[in-house]
Design a protein around this ligand. Structure first.
Ligand SMILES: Nc1nc2c(ncn2[C@@H]2O[C@H](COP(=O)(O)OP(=O)(O)OP(=O)(O)O)[C@@H](O)[C@H]2O)c(=O)[nH]1
Ligand SMILES: [Mg+2]
Length: 288
């Protein structure tokens, strides 16, 4: 049995969460076209007869501007420490030099491969140019291009990863897909809908806390707080006559139902906690 920790790093929006889901064949991590969607390290486990790969999605690497950011970068640091293999993701259409600078400053404890992502978005000369750009870099043991929309890319990468992993133990039970609890995924799926349905600062001033998670006989009852900084943001999230919170609740409920495979009763409340992102106390309470 080959096994190991394969941790994904990169700038916000590089496609880390999308790749995690694609490799697992399961939607585990939330995804959005906006930056800084992921705030936690999320483990996704892929076990076959031949290997166990424990992937970790991480928040996009940024310069921390407030304590929430610092906690996000702590999650990146921990993942850097325990990786057996680091996958450094860079969007083919992004500023390659910027990612290069970040990659070259990472405290890598393990071999690293650069993955040039979203290769379906551009022509092959542009992909090749990006691959060549990273090919000679001292931190890059290998360079691949990948699209999270092409099945052939998935099998090619999984095969290369399997060959690179050492003989090792089963770290998790073979049927486990993540180490996180369902209630965490519920809060993430609600947050994903907030990223989808609101704009500007709202997704960034918002967090979701699941207060109640009860598996009843016919359905799962979930009560969650959507926490914002300001009254004006609360008003936007509630919407005219509650239209926004209703839309959000329906969309979130449907995606949670799909995730857990059973009916969900979802109740949402919006709460104002000024500057929660800057409060170590609130960050602790909210699971960061
Ligand atoms: N066309 C195309 N789009 C992709 C691909 N991978 C990711 N995307 C899109 O890129 C955007 C960002 O993807 P995410 O997976 O959320 O990126 P991330 O690196 O996790 O971003 P953060 O969590 O903010 O750090 C989403 O709109 C994805 O749909 C890909 O292979 N091809
Ligand atoms: Mg992400």
């Amino acid at each position: 049995m080959r096994s190991g920790f394969i941790n994904l790093f990169g700038r916000p929006n590089a496609g880390k969460s999308t790749l995690l889901n694609f490799l697992l064949g399961e939607k585990l991590a939330i995804v959005s076209p906006k930056v800084q969607t992921t705030r936690h390290r999320i483990k996704g486990i892929l076990t076959t007869d031949a290997y166990q790969m424990v992937f970790s999605d991480t928040p996009g690497i940024i310069d921390p501007k407030y304590p929430l950011h610092q906690r996000m970068m702590d999650a990146v640091r921990t993942a850097l420490e325990d990786a057996d293999l680091a996958l450094l993701l860079v969007d083919v259409s992004s500023d390659l030099a910027e990612s290069d600078q970040i990659f070259s400053q990472l405290k890598l404890n393990a071999p690293a491969w650069v993955l040039v992502t979203k290769s379906d978005k551009v022509g092959s000369p542009e992909v090749e140019k990006a691959v060549q750009f990273f090919a000679g870099k001292p931190y890059a043991k290998s360079v691949f291009s990948i699209s999270s929309q092409r099945e052939a890319d998935r099998s090619r990468l999984l095969q290369a990863l399997a060959e690179a992993l050492p003989e090792g133990p089963l770290y998790f039970p073979a049927d486990e897909i993540s180490d996180a609890q369902t209630r965490f995924f519920a809060s993430e799926l609600i947050r994903e809908k907030i990223f989808e349905l609101t704009s500007e600062e709202i997704p960034y001033h918002t967090t979701v806390v699941v207060r109640e998670f009860q598996e009843k006989t016919t359905l799962t009852k979930i009560v969650a707080d959507i926490v914002v900084h300001r009254e004006s943001q609360k008003a936007i999230l509630l919407g005219e006559k509650g239209a926004m919170i209703k839309k959000l609740g329906t969309a979130a409920r449907e995606s949670i139902e799909q995730f857990i495979g059973r009916k969900v009763f979802l109740e949402l409340f919006v709460k104002v906690r000024p500057k929660w992102r800057e409060s170590e106390l609130f960050l602790d309470e909210y699971g960061y």
